[in-house]
Design a protein around this ligand. Structure first.
Ligand code: PLP
Length: 408
């Protein structure tokens, strides 16, 4: 009989969102008249803007005519999109990125999950607690960790707690690490890293020969002027960092699927016999072998985000979510909650009142306000006693939810 990859058996059951749904369904069954509002799941709600729809329609038409039909495209993505990314996301911020450093994909979830394949299994991985679950689980599947404990944490991973005490910015690891996952603006805490903080991390990675895997999926939500949008705005970062971006939250592409990863040519890794090799060709090889390119239609839509109209229209949608975030922060602060995030991120991270556990507050909020959020403990033990709300709902729902919070 074929044997299996037993590392998969170490994974703890995907507990968070199924358990949220289970409790919501059970409450709704007992309270059929309750009009439940969800500020829980991190998916966008606004439709795609017209400039992007037009570009995708045109791309569909291209597919219907022999002269403009496209079959397999380059695995790394079309130049028209790569050039627009370089010009708008990097050159405009004084960052030099070359076309063969950009890899278009169908999502940052796949890229952040797959990137670990090009690194050795003996690397020590550092991950924030709480965090986006993909970073941990993909390393468990690969066999880079030991067994899980009852907290849902795994041996061999170095966890970096992020709580109000450190402003949700992890401390530098005190033990040696090789691969560091950072996500700013952060899901779930909504925290951002200043230039000074990112410089500290880049310097740490350079002096410890570590690699930073920088997830910037929420870059478009940065509002404050002194917050870096790319880790490459930090000097020396191209020697140590891979950056992940996605059009999912930027432009409502969660259902369309398009993202990209930047792997700088300066970034190097070691072989077991001590040779130093470039990492970029490894990702290129991995990507070309296991991926056949994002759809032409998705890439045409993504390129339209960078047109004058596209920029204006996507900005308007982000402003809607920002308005939601502002309303949530202001309303809950007024009600006496300790509120974090929400300024440069679509996530609002609150301290649960009365010392309640994350799940006890979940139940209270559901019962008293018929509002659903996400228990912070579901993102890691350091999230215990916190609760995540998202700004991705419709403004009228957010308004109503905030009124209901008064009775919680
Ligand atoms: C939503 C999200 C992504 C983007 O995922 P896609 O696969 O591009 O839709 C990446 N990282 C984090 C932390 C996210 O929350």
């Amino acid at each position: 009989m074929a044997t299996i990859n037993e590392n998969f058996l170490k994974l703890q059951a995907g507990y968070l969102f199924p358990e949220v749904s289970r409790r919501v369904r059970s409450f709704q069954a007992q309270n059929p008249d309750a009009k439940i509002i969800s500020l829980g799941i991190g998916d966008v709600t606004q439709p795609l803007p017209p400039a992007i729809i037009e570009a995708m329609k045109k791309a569909v038409d291209d597919m219907g005519t022999a002269a403009t039909f496209r079959g397999y495209g380059p695995e790394q993505g079309y130049d028209f999109l790569i050039d627009a990314i370089i010009e708008n996301d990097y050159k405009s911020r004084g960052v030099d990125v070359e076309p063969d450093e950009v890899f278009i994909s169908d999502g940052a979830k796949c890229d952040t999950g797959n990137i670990q394949e090009i690194f050795g299994l003996d690397n020590v991985v550092a991950i924030t607690d709480p965090s986006y679950p993909v970073y941990v689980d993909s390393n468990v599947m690969a066999g880079r960790t030991g067994k899980g404990n009852k907290n849902g944490q795994y041996d061999k991973i170095v966890y970096m707690p992020c709580t109000a005490e450190n402003n949700f910015i992890p401390e530098l690891p005190k033990t040696p690490v090789d691969i560091i996952y950072l996500c700013f603006p952060n899901n779930p805490t909504g925290a951002v890293a200043t230039k000074e903080i990112l410089t500290k991390w880049v310097d740490f990675a350079r002096s410890n020969k570590a690699v930073i895997l920088f997830d910037a999926a929420y870059e478009a939500f940065i509002t404050e002027p002194d917050i870096p949008h790319s880790i490459y705005e930090i000097e020396g970062a191209k020697e140590v960092a891979i950056e992940f971006r996605s059009f999912s939250k930027t432009a409502g592409f969660t259902g369309v699927r398009c993202a990209f990863t930047v792997v700088p040519k300066q970034l190097k890794g070691a072989t077991s016999d001590g040779r130093v090799v470039e990492v970029n060709p490894l990702w290129n090889r991995r990507h070309s072998t296991k991926f056949n390119g994002a759809s032409y239609i998705s890439q045409a839509g993504a390129a339209a985000i960078y047109t004058t109209e596209g920029k204006k229209q996507t900005r308007q949608i982000i402003d809607i979510y920002r308005g939601n975030a502002k309303l949530i922060c202001e309303s809950l602060t007024k009600l006496g909650y300790k509120v974090y995030g929400g300024v440069n991120a679509p996530y609002i991270w609150i301290k649960t009142p009365d010392g309640l556990s994350s799940w006890d507050f979940f139940d209270r909020l559901l019962r008293k306000a018929n509002v659903v959020g996400t228990p912070g403990a579901g993102f890691g033990p350091a999230g215990q006693g916190y609760f995540r709300l998202t700004a991705f709902a419709r403004p009228e729902d957010v308004k109503e939810a905030m009124q209901r919070f008064a009775s919680v």
